[in-house]
Design a protein around this ligand. Structure first.
Ligand code: F6R
Length: 610
């Protein structure tokens, strides 16, 4: 959840580290710090709170050095405070560490170190590592790191440096991502690509149990046990501009506006020119193998889980096979009924979510084949899964996911049509119609943003006055309503509930009173009349209803206080359009309430702890 950055080269390290931390703030942001090695001294600057607090301190202290490490923290062990923030040192400022993950046996390590006379100044697990290095150092940092790593239990990615060898950084990875960026006479270490993307697009991606000794002259890669490794350089195809705000007030609104483009990337090369076929070249599963699956399990967390709920409707509708959708933190602990005949699809934007990763391992242990749908190339989940389809959304920086969700949906649409064609559960004519409509989706999303942004800007203030909001819909609309409610909750702190429209009367209707805002999605023709009745039910109790509708049918419009119309498309494809107004609503309500849109309280982009 935290972010790591490191630099060694000829440039001033402090500005490179601060710039990297700025790009990583989405990972966690209750405190931040940097440490620079200069001549035979280490200077540590750290501050609780937002990164600008650290920037002010760095401006004041002006730490020198051309090698250093930095960290943004999302507290796990020890409350957010300056002493608990990273980098951590031992008793003297000789060994410095930044660390992501959890050192599970830190209490016993700490006890031993205390008995050896070490004094601790924080409540963190990480500090034990700095003291261990200090205790075990015999003149060779690399050997010391290997020896010390052998004593650690848990999951970690860390970078260390020492004044005793002021020409190297050592990076170690186990169960938490870490990459080494290759520049010209300079090298970078980072937990995520955006931190170093403005400097280089060439990286080594460390695997579990590997370490890199990084100097100005190169990188030595080996296993923690000392076996040398040869690794291919990975070229990142993200444009550095994608990780900048580019004139927008927030990353979230920039990413909402990027959706037409990111959808085009998701379909690029995957739909035949004649609209006959979906082409998923990266899928290693043969048509025969795919045909053999009678059950699909989709496992994910949060927004990614919501994309799975949409996929259940699609796959069951188009492919006619049964789909179960599970939250990863539940799946991993409940002995799920998966086996060789189940295709398990895991969905994760970051590719690093701890619970989803555990679900991959659980499913594989049970003999299932795991297909990952992910955004971050080279991240852990796609690397461990048997197959992967990338969503190609580009870097997503705002904590609230928008373009990744919509691209997940697009990939599920592609996969569902592909499976349906293999299983011959839809006619060629139907497939061709769907493919033609899919190609039109990016333009339609652009149209919705253009048409509805102003509307939301204007009536967001009505929502911002309330403490509760409700989202209702039936079928596919309900799956999208869940995502709409989550978006509103996480960035505007407004309590939002999502219900299947027909379920309200079984209890929740009691909460509807004068002016309570209700968002009603009404795009599914087969249940439109039923949804309309439900809209009337809430209106009769005083609710103010915003409808997201497929076309402005008079009887629908009359019933609504605000109407957002989405363009005509195949009914099964509407989810990719209806979510856009809901994202805009959440964004403008959060702005109206003065919330920290990109970095909502208590949340982090990449949840690498359970
Ligand atoms: C909400 C959001 C989260 C993530 C969830 C899973 O806007 O972004 O709910 O969807 O933490 O993250 P990934 O997809 O990285 O596994």
């Amino acid at each position: 959840m935290c972010g790591i950055v490191g630099y060694i080269g000829d440039k001033k390290a402090s500005s490179i580290l601060i710039d990297g931390l700025n790009k990583l703030e989405y990972r966690g942001y209750d405190s931040a710090g940097i440490a620079l090695c200069h001549q035979d001294q280490v200077e540590v600057c750290k501050q609780v709170g937002k990164l600008n607090n650290l920037e002010e301190l760095v401006d004041e202290k002006k730490p020198q050095g051309r090698m250093g490490i930095g960290h943004t923290r999302w507290a796990t062990h020890g409350k957010p405070s300056t002493p608990n923030s990273h980098p951590h040192t031992g008793c003297e400022d000789e060994f410095v560490v930044v660390h992501n993950g959890i050192i599970e046996n830190y209490l016993s390590l700490k006890e031993e170190l205390l008995s050896q006379g070490h004094n601790f100044s924080s409540e963190t697990d990480t500090e034990a590592l700095a003291h261990l290095l200090e205790e075990n150092y015999e003149g060779d940092l690399e050997k010391t790191v290997r020896r010390v790593t052998a004593k650690l239990e848990g999951s970690y990615a860390f970078v260390v440096m020492t004044v005793n060898e002021p020409d190297k950084l050592i990076a170690v990875r186990k169960d938490s991502p870490l990459i080494i960026g290759i520049g010209d006479g300079e090298y970078f270490v980072a937990s995520d690509i955006p931190a170093i993307l403005s400097h280089t697009d060439e990286v080594y991606i460390l695997d579990d149990g590997e370490m890199g000794v990084v100097t100005k002259d190169g990188v030595d890669l080996s296993t923690i046990d000392g076996e040398p490794i040869n690794k291919d350089i990975f070229t990142v195809d993200w444009d550095p501009g994608m990780a900048e705000k580019a004139g927008y007030d927030h990353f979230m609104i920039k990413e909402i506006h990027e959706q037409p483009e990111s959808l085009r990337r998701a379909i690029s090369g995957r739909l035949s020119i004649d609209n006959q076929q979906v082409i998923l070249e990266e899928l290693d599963l043969s048509p025969e193998e795919l045909k053999g699956y009678e059950r699909i399990y989709i496992v994910a967390c949060g927004t990614a889980y919501h994309s799975g709920l949409v996929a259940k409707y699609l796959i069951e509708d188009l492919v006619k096979i049964s789909v179960e959708v599970d939250i990863a933190s539940e799946f991993r602990y409940r002995d799920p009924l998966v086996s060789e005949d189940t295709l398990v699809i895991v969905v994760s934007q970051s590719g690093e979510t701890a619970d989803t990763l555990a679900a991959v391992r659980e499913a594989q242990d049970k003999g299932a084949r795991v297909l990952a749908i992910s955004n971050v190339v080279g991240s852990t989940i796609p690397r461990e899964a048997d197959d992967v389809i990338y969503i190609h959304a580009g870097p997503e920086i705002a904590v609230a996911s928008t373009k990744a969700y919509i691209n997940m949906l697009m990939v599920f649409y592609l996969l569902s049509i592909h499976l349906a064609q293999i299983k011959e559960s839809i006619s060629q004519e139907k497939a061709t119609d769907l493919i033609a409509s899919l190609k039109n989706i990016p333009n339609q999303v652009a149209q919705i943003i253009k048409d509805s942004e102003k509307v939301f800007e204007e009536f967001a203030s009505e929502y911002a006055k309330h403490e509760n909001a409700f989202f209702i819909g039936r079928g596919l609309d309900y799956a999208v309503a869940l995502e709409g409610a989550l978006k509103l909750k996480e960035i505007s702190y407004l309590h939002a509930e999502s219900y299947p429209a027909g379920e309200l009367k079984h209890g929740t209707l009691a909460l509807i009173e004068d002016n309570v805002p209700v968002v009603a999605l009404a795009t599914q023709k087969s249940v439109l009349d039923k949804t309309l009745s439900n809209i009337q039910e809430v209106q009769a109790r005083g609710a103010s209803v915003t409808g997201v509708v497929l076309n402005k049918k008079e009887e629908v419009v009359d019933a609504l206080d605000h109407v957002i119309e989405i363009p005509e498309t195949e009914e099964v494809l509407t989810s990719i359009l209806t979510v856009v107004p809901l994202q805009l609503l959440a964004y403008y309500v959060a702005v109206e309430k003065g919330c920290d849109v990109d970095q909502p309280r208590n949340l982090a982009k990449s949840v690498t702890v359970e």
